[in-house]
Design a protein around this ligand. Structure first.
Ligand code: MN
Length: 197
């Protein structure tokens, strides 16, 4: 796992995004997840899971659902450094991914991917194109499946598992739009960073 592709795409001095790979975290701790709402050329939600010292990442155009009958397209993107999980702010015009980033949800996760009655490690589960995780976030909880549907295009589906946290009526993407880190909206964050403020 490497963030070389992340670095190739960006000028971090200009973008203001995190650069250094984080120190490897205490292996006894639960791995983290973060979902960043990103108002780029098209609004999307970046779903990121900590795996082996980086954030494995997918862009989810419609965002995650709490309804098990909703399958959300998730497009694989480059690994991001662990520090990216703390990033909230505005990537300037002209830089890669220009637009405002908001920490929409965060927490820890547990790998539940089954393999012959045991747990298949995350790297192997990702390579096999099927991952099951239990999220313990501020907005999202419970099981989510990631299923690869097209290897060449890096397309996956993100689907809520039918468990206690499933709720077909909840729709947090529209009813809980703001940051869990700062309570700010996308507009608040954009205004806070505007040079003519
Ligand atoms: Mn993005």
């Amino acid at each position: 796992m490497s963030t070389s592709q992340y670095h190739r795409k960006r000028n971090l001095a200009k973008s203001g995004e995190p650069g250094l790979d984080g120190l490897s975290r205490d292996s006894g701790k639960s791995p983290i997840f973060v979902i960043q709402k990103h108002d780029a050329s098209t609004l999307h939600y970046d779903f990121r899971l900590e795996v082996d010292g980086v954030l494995k990442s997918w862009a989810v155009p419609k965002g995650p659902s709490t309804d098990p009958s909703e399958k959300r397209l998730a497009i694989e993107v480059e690994d991001h450094p662990l520090d990216y999980a703390q990033f909230e702010g505005t990537i300037p015009e002209g830089e890669y991914g220009a637009g405002t980033v908001l920490i929409w949800d965060r927490g820890t996760y547990q790998n539940l991917t089954d393999k012959d009655g045991g747990i298949r490690p995350m790297d192997k589960a990702l390579a096999a194109g099927h991952v099951l995780v239990r999220l313990d976030g501020e907005k999202l909880r419970g099981g989510y499946a990631l299923q690869r549907i097209d290897d060449d295009k890096g397309q996956w589906l993100l689907v809520k598992m039918d468990d206690d946290a499933a709720d077909a009526r909840r729709n947090p993407v529209s009813t809980e739009p703001d940051s869990v880190a700062s309570d700010r909206s996308l507009d608040d964050i954009a205004a806070d960073e505007s040079p003519d403020r």
